[in-house]
Design a protein around this ligand. Structure first.
Ligand code: ATP
Ligand code: MG
Length: 354
């Protein structure tokens, strides 16, 4: 038996979304990342609402089922949070070392976080010297509510697994980008993750997330608008949206409803992009990457490209990941790709990182 003190332990990634749970396991081979396991389990709309786990039993059962179905042996789980339980803020602080900031972060963060410090876990990343004020530095502050972390780690524990890391969606997407795309030095790109209930928008400059915003809008809005327009149930509306059922009216009527929601989401993306560029004189966002299940809405990519005047492309989280064609059919992988951005990023985390 070889020595294995420095061998990093494998983990399984679970992106627990309100619409579905995505599972990914990657292996770090000599040549790069290899896909080991890939699976998805759908949740009923009432299991997770507004980022809160309402029906923990259903979520636990979905996780157990997925682990069993995919034959996952690894117990250590990396998961993530998003939405309003996560606060990410770029702040300017007096220049100090990382150790000094670690000591004083609770105190420094207090004025920026709208929750009592005792209710949140705080993390930070020093981005660098401040451009204007001397003796100042820019810091990315991350605060996550402890009760929400507990709810998510509990469903994982109840499924007989061991939650080792709880990350944040936008940082997972940053890791996903790192293994799949080569950006030019200093290039800034935006990432738009359209989930069911939440759309998160982030900007990565030089490979580091420097701006994030989340809006309570996503795939559910399309379904709800179809539901309202045709006076049908959510389930019927979802089937129509996904092309599994015929719309009651003319196809152009459905397209009109869908396009109105796409226009709203696009407007929010444009606002975020403009806000970011307003604070970065001379800055350019070279590309917008789309991911999340909502990225599959037809016509959305083109509309966003037209309205923002920035090239928009779907992200492929398997771009730089090798996979055995006998185990993973290329068509299925392509179909799944947009939904797996966060999960692939989470799956690159190893214990001992950071
Ligand atoms: N082909 C498609 N066309 C249109 N919408 C789609 C398609 N496939 C999936 N969706 C929608 O994408 C959404 C699910 O996306 P995703 O899996 O990224 O969400 P989630 O991570 O579970 O949710 P959240 O992150 O908001 O908690 C749903 O609203 C679903 O209806
Ligand atoms: Mg999601």
């Amino acid at each position: 038996m070889g020595l294995s003190f420095f061998k990093k332990k494998d983990v399984v990634a679970l992106d627990i979304g309100s619409h579905s749970i995505k599972l990914v396991q990657l292996r770090q081979a000599k040549k790069g990342w290899e896909l080991q396991k890939l699976g998805i389990a759908y949740l009923p709309p009432e299991a997770i609402v507004d980022g809160s786990i309402i029906d923990s039993m259903t979520v636990t059962n979905a996780i157990s089922g997925l682990i069993k179905e995919q034959g996952v042996k690894v117990k250590d789980v990396v998961s993530s949070l998003t939405g309003h339980s996560v606060i990410i803020k770029k702040v300017s602080l007096p220049a100090m070392t990382e150790e000094e900031l670690a000591e004083s972060i609770q105190w420094e963060a207090e004025q920026y976080i709208p929750f009592p410090m005792s209710d949140v876990n705080i993390d930070f990343q020093i981005l660098g010297e401040h451009g204007e004020g001397k003796g100042q530095m820019e810091v990315m502050l991350v605060a996550v509510k402890k009760d929400v972390i507990n709810d998510y780690t509990n469903v994982i524990k109840e499924a007989g697994l061991n939650p080792v890391v709880v990350d944040v969606d936008s940082f997972a997407l940053e890791n996903m980008m790192e293994i799949n795309y080569t950006l030019a030095p200093g290039e800034s790109v935006a990432m738009v993750n359209i989930g069911a209930g939440i759309t998160s928008i982030s900007v990565m400059a030089g490979g580091v997330t420097t701006f994030t915003r989340s809006i309570p809008m996503g795939g559910n809005q399309y379904t709800e608008e179809i539901q309202r327009s045709f006076n049908i149930s959510f389930k019927e509306a979802e089937d129509i949206k996904l092309g599994r059922a015929k719309p009651p009216g003319e196809p152009s009527e459905l397209a009109g409803v869908m396009n109105a929601v796409s226009a709203n989401i696009t407007m929010e993306v444009k606002r975020s992009v403009d806000f970011f560029l307003g604070g970065a004189p001379g800055g350019v966002i070279s590309r917008i990457f789309l991911c999340g299940g909502g990225a599959k809405v037809s016509g959305l990519r083109e509309l966003m490209q037209e309205r923002t005047d920035i090239p928009v492309e779907p992200v492929n989280p398997f771009n730089g990941v090798a996979s055995n064609p006998k185990s993973f059919d290329a068509g299925t992988l392509g179909e799944m790709a947009p939904s797996f951005g966060v999960a692939v990023g989470l799956a690159t985390r190893r214990l001992g990182d950071r």
